[in-house]
Design a binder for this molecule. Sequence first.
Ligand SMILES: [Zn+2]
Ligand SMILES: [Zn+2]
Length: 90
Amino acid sequence: MGARSRGYARIVDPALAKPQESDTITCGHCQKVVHLHDRTGKARSGVLVHCHQCGSQTCVPCAETARCEPFEKKLDQIEARGRLLAAIGI
Ligand SMILES: [Zn+2]
Ligand SMILES: [Zn+2]
């Protein structure tokens, strides 16, 4: 378990019935799966943006917010809140 004990759900797009023959990168901010190739196998350009603040690859919508909000950080905040609520008995 260790570092992998944290819950993790992969969002599967029901429109993609069969596995895609495509390289994917997970956005470091929102965990959206970004496909690096289109359906014809052609490489897509401009679908990933490097975040200079956390060093991860992010999707374009995240890059356009111009904020660095790594998913891990949000998760930590949610967990901290959960612990707080548990501690005060809610
Ligand atoms: Zn994103
Ligand atoms: Zn970032």
